[in-house]
Design a binder for this molecule. Structure first.
Ligand code: GLV
Length: 428
């Protein structure tokens, strides 16, 4: 006889449910239905992944595996890292107020977004240079998202051509960095459309490159400047050197910025990179109207923090926004998404408002949903999972987060993730 909840729930990752959701003693099947069952040995998580119990665990492993410059680029933010740290700290200012005794034996965390039903309320944020995290990293992130039925956004600064990310990775979300030049914008929109993407994301918070002193201190620059230190860091990370750098070079040649424009960009070791990025500081709301006329599918603007800009995004025809301070990587001291979320929701009503920045736990995701977010994106943890264990690592990270959300939903008294509201949370 099955019992709703029996004893202590085992370690996350000790088993994988029928639909691939790893949830310790929880079997998840169908639309993430929850029911506690004894862990079954035959479907256990691969041994090399059992040490990863939460998303933060991947960062430790990634730091060991990656050359200092590459890890420094992924982990670092701008200037004093103030916004990156604020993103994390803010979650502690909210506490849950759960409901009890409501029979939560059936739970669903499925979320509908722009006409597609995803298996979880979170996705993979766009991240630059994922191709240096593991072999074919840009495609690996996309494939992981597709196989777990969550969105994975291909980045403009990816090193695989967006067509390959769409074909091999089944990604349907593309994030662009556009110069404020009409002809280049139109050509890029056409390219993204021909590749089969369905969601076009315009990044609005990068008019100029950020001041990433910590990248410089870690020896990272764009272009990557060959130096003795870089060579040494490569040699002392021989597995990465062979399996990521040389494997990439052997199969695809020197990685290029493939997706900054309608044409192939310069190699990452080239001195022309900065010039090739174009005049992004000229980008303005009139370009949103230009894109809206040409792009018939979902249009999203990323990097909004001011409620007034959220209103303008809607007025210019966007279908949704990602409220974001770019993981603290752009304007140091910029507000976090959670700071402004309620105000933006209040101003924009039923407009689709997604968030990113600092999410590491299922409880973080649920806090944002309680504050009114429609969907959450996470970046760095999935990059670190790719570096730590490739495709299986990213899938495991996704499964860990799904399991955390499922467990937290039960303890909050939620049957459906869409039931969460401000009643479940308190500012402390
Ligand atoms: C790229 O988008 C970055 O933030 O480094």
């Amino acid at each position: 006889m099955e019992e709703d909840v029996v004893g202590t729930i085992g370690n996350i990752g000790s088993m994988t449910g029928k639909d691939g959701v790893s949830a310790g003693g929880i079997e998840l099947s169908g639309p993430t239905k929850g029911r506690y069952v004894e862990p079954r040995k035959e479907v256990s998580t691969p041994t090399r992944l059992t040490k990863f119990l939460c998303l933060d665990d991947f960062e430790i492993s990634a730091q060991r595996k990656l050359p200092r410059q590459i890890f420094g680029y992924y982990a670092g933010a701008a200037e004093t890292n103030q916004s990156r740290e604020a993103n994390r700290a803010l979650f502690k200012q909210y506490a849950f107020v759960p409901r009890v005794l409501v029979n939560v034996s059936e739970r669903s965390q499925r979320k509908s977004l722009f006409g597609h039903v995803y298996d979880a309320p979170f996705g993979i944020a766009p991240m630059g240079l994922a191709g240096l995290s593991t072999f074919n990293g840009d495609v690996v992130l996309a494939q992981s998202g597709a196989s777990e039925n969550i969105p994975a956004i291909a980045s403009a600064t990816s090193l695989a051509p967006l067509e390959r990310i769409a074909d091999e990775g089944q990604s349907r979300w593309f994030q662009s960095y556009l110069p404020g030049e009409d002809a280049r914008i139109e050509a890029m929109v056409d390219r993204v459309e021909s590749a089969g993407f369905e969601h076009f994301i315009l990044t609005a918070d990068v008019p100029v490159a950020a001041n990433r002193e910590n990248n410089v201190r870690a020896g990272f620059s764009i272009p990557l400047t060959p130096s003795l230190r870089l060579a040494w860091d490569g040699l002392t990370h021989s597995r990465w050197l062979l399996k990521t750098w040389f494997a990439t070079y052997y199969k695809y040649g020197v990685p290029h910025f493939e997706n900054m424009d309608a044409f192939r960009g310069p190699p990452i070791l080239s001195r022309n990179v900065v010039r090739a990025i174009g005049a992004r500081d000229q980008l303005a709301w009139r370009h949103v109207s230009l894109i809206r006329k040409r792009w018939k599918k979902t249009l999203i603007i990323k990097g909004i923090l001011a409620p007034e800009d959220a209103r303008l995004a809607r007025e210019h025809g966007a279908d949704g926004i990602i409220v974001s301070n770019h993981g603290g990587r752009q304007l140091d001291g910029a507000a976090s998404a959670l700071h402004v979320l309620s105000e933006i929701k209040h101003m924009t009503g039923d407009f689709t408002v997604m968030v990113d920045g600092g999410f590491r736990r299922g409880s973080d995701v649920l806090k944002a949903l309680a504050l009114g977010a429609d969907f959450v994106f996470l970046g760095r943890p999935f990059m670190f999972a790719a570096a730590a264990a490739g495709l299986e690592g990213v899938r495991h990270a996704i499964q860990l987060l799904k399991a955390e959300i499922d467990r937290d939903m039960a303890m909050l008294g939620l049957h459906d993730v869409n039931e969460i509201s401000g009643d479940f949370i308190k500012r402390i």
